[in-house]
Write a protein that binds this ligand. Sequence first.
Ligand code: AGP
Length: 618
Amino acid sequence: MCGIVAYFGKKAAQPILLEGLKRLEYRGYDSAGVALMAGNTFEQHKTSGRIANLEEVLPAVNAAQTIGIGHTRWATHGEPNTTNSHPHTDATGKITLVHNGIIENYATLKKWLLKEGCTFQSETDTEVLANLIGYFYTQEQDKDGTACEHFERAVQKALNEIYGTYGLAIMCADCPDMMIGVKKGSPLILGVGENEFVLASDASAIVEHTTRAVYMSDGEMVIIHADGFTTKTITNKEVSKELKDIEFSLDQIELEGFEHYMQKEIAEQPEALHTCLNGRIDLKNGRVILGGIQNLLRDLTRTKRIIMTACGTAWHAALVGEFLFEQLARIPAEVEYASEFRYRNPIVEEGTVVIAISQSGETADTLAAIEQAKERGATVLGVVNAVGSTIARLTDAGVYLRVGPEIGVASTKAFTAQVSVLAMLAVELGRRRHLSADAAQTILTELAKIPQKVESILAQQEHIKAIAQANIHKDNWLFLGRGFNYPVALEGALKLKEISYIHAEGLPAAEMKHGPIALITDDMPAVFVATQCSQYEKVIGNIEEVRARGGKTIVVATEGDDHIAPYADYLITVPDTIEQLQPLLTVVPLQMLAYHAAVLRGHDVDKPRNLAKSVTVE
Ligand code: AGP
């Protein structure tokens, strides 16, 4: 998704903007640009392609330019080229801005502005917004007041004509000591330093300057001046915002010696899961303490149905959650793709609880699904990683993953943390219904051991890399599992396809005979999750079906299973654990397999083509 960084302070803005944009590269982009202000003029520089291309066209740093805005663009309207990249300036040349989001009624506005004599350079919706602000700014100048008052009012007037989403940083040539940030539907955070401010799409571009931040809410604008900032709504109502601490440090963001963020985040899982679980498990009483939802546990305990809504990897974690809620708490549960739920006019009965799961907390479809659920009176919980994100603030309550920033586009530690949180929640709800203390203690004891069990899997790096090497020239893979490992098969397939670009499909293993088995050849690796569980024998039968047709099998099995070897062309083992928690272990070899396949195929693992870390557009 697009990334925004803006600087307002005493230092030269250019290097700060570039560094900030590099921290946002993981969001996915196809062009980049900056606008730098000194006195009453701003310079604009932008290029298609990577930030390195932008650096090539930038002039020497001008220390007088201490205010600026920067942008990495992920094209939604207009192809990825220099003209369409941000910042965009209005026809009068007074207003310049960067934008993350979509102006849905841009075509109508553009037609009207053209009739009013505005000219356009690009095909983008963003330039329409720039011109709309410029149009109102010109009108305001005939009225009493300062240029800054005119600028602020012009922004408000323009935004009240807009349908869509935006995170914005805006400058006006007549107001060199002022910058405006606005948020609606796309993330925007204001970092507050010593006589300096950094506006950004997420905290990773802020933390090296300050760890104090204001998390903007939808419909709010921040007006930044040399002596401070004020916050108000776009309908001009004063808003007081509290300063919060940003909860992760820069070194958590740095690669720390790993080759890729994804590799780092796979390796971080033991520590991340320990942090996620820490202080939340009461082994003695077989209970779980999730502070963020204490006030809703009664509703949750009585609920007749849980609907989980998410996208991608988070959806796979939710599917594990469905089985956990049904097995441990005996609560009917279902999982809905957010993009489907939001448009289906879903039935949400009285007392239904909706759980939105999202690592970034900014996924547009999931946000829209939450709106739908709230309109239908549901209690909505969030299971989110990004602190202060839009979903975290939109939901009635929630549980943070607490695993630190996940930078790699392919989600890894967030998946295992989401499943861990859902497991804890299912145990606590079960304990408030039918689950015995003994049963809960067994589950929680096993859960507490998961971090070190993951550690032992990570030690198989070279072995898993060799399996990837032997299969990276196969263009189609199947991933198969049953029960709690069926969602793991889906997740393994997604991991492989999104970073290695190998086509992969995940299936319930029993589904093979209903069609996909027609695909089996020795050129299509079949990855089976065949750990010892209630359906183990059935999975062995599925493996035999594949091998009988010449298929090659990559099998994830339980350590010490000496029955499985004859069924595996390639064997990876994981420590044993109870069936309900096996996804936390069986997913790790599949993450590693995908990672090595992508590296061996020479792809940009952290920024795979066409993908973004947070899909903040529909
Ligand atoms: C997962 O590896 C993908 N990057 C993608 O499917 C992701 O899980 C999905 O876009 C949801 O993102 P979220 O958890 O931030 O809402």
